[in-house]
Design a binder for this molecule. Structure first.
Ligand code: 5GP
Ligand code: ZN
Length: 113
């Protein structure tokens, strides 16, 4: 999707501070960090949001979580981090390309606002 911001980041058309990449996944620093560590983890393939996922996405969804765990280790935050996806506008989703936020480096409140 050429008009999708995260597809353009995945294609390298828009610069990002990449922390992890493989053939299926890209992870990069959020432009407007909400914690000392704030990483966005996306599938290279466009999907609007988690609620649109189907059975054939199961492997990719698993890889995204495993990548998150690996990234947490590589950034030294594996003991305390939060992995979250905002699914839909009312939940705070502003970019319609599935992404997980990996947040760490400060006390994280529960429940989130
Ligand atoms: P959402 O609000 O959809 O859950 O998360 C979108 C995230 O993308 C936000 O945290 C926002 O700061 C981040 N973001 C928006 N535009 C850009 C961009 O051009 N580059 C990067 N690295 N992050 C962005
Ligand atoms: Zn996209």
């Amino acid at each position: 999707m050429s008009d999708c911001l995260f597809c353009r980041i995945a294609a390298g058309e828009i610069n990002s501070r990449i922390v992890y990449e493989d053939q299926d996944i890209l992870a990069f620093h959020d432009l407007n960090p909400q914690a000392p560590t704030h990483i966005l983890i996306i599938p290279r393939r466009h999907m609007d949001r988690l609620s649109g996922a189907v059975q054939t996405d199961a492997e990719l969804l698993g890889k995204l979580q495993l990548a998150a765990a690996k990234i947490a280790v590589s950034l030294g935050v594996e003991k305390a981090f939060r992995l979250v996806t905002n699914n839909g506008r009312a939940a705070g989703q502003s970019v319609d390309h599935l992404h997980y936020h990996l947040l760490a480096g400060r006390k994280l409140m529960w429940p989130p606002g």
